[in-house]
Design a protein around this ligand. Structure first.
Ligand SMILES: [Zn+2]
Length: 127
């Protein structure tokens, strides 16, 4: 982990991850059963996914996700890709100004934000 002025930078490889959403698990204090999920919601989605796989006779490693979920994820990834390309082009183009860097940063952040808290949920689950 690297400390920065903005706080603690979490590196993707810095510890065990939630079995559902793949985020790094909070550090576990004391003994007891090892945590595998970061939240109750993740535990439930994992259960639903496995249940659904069983119903459809899929393996434990396969997951049914609604096309609409994937479409929306790809849409957001595409926006992020555009922001990255644009920013790279901008940086290569010459001396960026503080204003242009700020604009680029905002563009990247706007594009990244929808992905920040994104988790996929298994389909076939009706609330
Ligand atoms: Zn999780």
């Amino acid at each position: 982990m690297t400390k920065s002025t903005t706080g603690v930078r979490v590196r993707a490889e810095s510890g065990p991850r939630c079995r559902w959403c793949r985020r790094v698990l909070p550090e576990q204090k004391g003994a007891g059963r090892k945590r595998v999920f970061c939240s109750q919601a993740c535990r439930q989605w994992d259960w639903v996914g496995r249940q659904r796989a069983r119903e459809l006779k899929l393996s434990e490693d396969e997951l049914v996700v609604a096309r609409q979920e994937i479409d929306s994820l790809y849409d957001d990834l595409y926006v992020l890709a555009c922001a990255v390309d644009d920013t790279e082009r901008e940086l290569k183009a010459g001396k960026p100004t503080v204003t242009s860097l700020k604009e680029a940063m905002e563009w990247i952040l706007d594009a990244a934000r929808p992905l920040r808290d994104r988790t996929l949920t298994p389909s076939g689950h009706h609330e």
